[in-house]
Design a protein around this ligand. Sequence first.
Ligand code: GAL
Length: 376
Amino acid sequence: MNRRILAALGAAALALSMAACSGEGAGSGTDTAAQAPSELKIGVSMPTQTSERWIADGNSVKEKLEAKGYKVDLQYANDDIPTQSQQVDQMITQGANVLIIAAIDGTALSSQLQAAADKKIPVISYDRLIRDSKNVDFYVSFDNYKVGVAQATALLVGLGVLNKDGSPGTAKGPFNIELFAGSLDDNNAHFFFDGAMDTLKPQIDNGTLVVKSKQTAIEQAATLRWQQETAQKRMEDLLTSSYNDGAKVAGVLSPYDGLSRGIITALQNAGYSGKMPVVTGQDAEIASVKLINDGVQSSTIFKDTRLLADQAVKAAEAFLKKQTPEANDTKTYDNGVKVVPSYLLPVETVYKDDIQKSLIDSGYWTADEVKAGQAK
Ligand code: GAL
């Protein structure tokens, strides 16, 4: 070996040992309970910035952690799985002490999670359960089955089959409806659809509701990556294939506001106007809250992302202090390998009449934002 190579090797070894001394890659193998928040870093991995809900989630978690003095590395993965894997890898090598992850594909992060486990970095699954890995330490979310029940109930209320208080309404149908589901690689999509179908099935069986396309399986109703355009295209196809005989759509089960907007666009392009079919939603995204206020979309499910961020921060802090975060559900969320202890938050259905109280009075959106359909 000549001298130049030896010198280069020596420099590389020195750089490596310096990196080790500076704590790079130290993770939570170090005693984080003895460290000040300013010495600790939390990696926050969010799926996408195309939906304002995830922007709000990311901002809330970051602000709340920073207010407690922690360092935060917040990354968005542009709904691209390799990007998210790479971002999480980087958080680990750059010395994150806890990871908070909302996965794009709940099964795609196994090797990153193993790397985190090897460094004793606790992993909190944020809103979407990470599946098929033992290296998930905690789950914060909403009661996702109840979200599905609430969406189906809102569809029935919108159609007049039920009253808001749950008592039978006067409308008897038959009503033509269509069903949409979320992305199959997101564990939540299954909970939403199961909750909704358990609620709608009796009404389908007794003929009050008719799924005219006959597409009642989640695989048929699914929308890859929760994309608005994909939902719009499917609704257009449904209108062409199943409603070319003059029949009208009375309602659409939609599990997420972004999809609802795509569905509404397809309906409007096909000539629906005035009293629109009943379209449900989720997330109280501002563009959809405006549509609800304007009487175009029927309802949404409000999940207060500020409260979810609070729970994520509490769980992260507990792990850093070497404590066990408080769970309120230790049975429901089996990720295929283990039941992940969870903290689940309640959800609220929002119709036009509820916007003031649930969304404006609570400070989630301002009256101006609702009017404009845009976040300030
Ligand atoms: C789900 C989440 C929903 C919605 C959807 C699309 O995982 O629970 O609230 O945001 O993703 O982003």
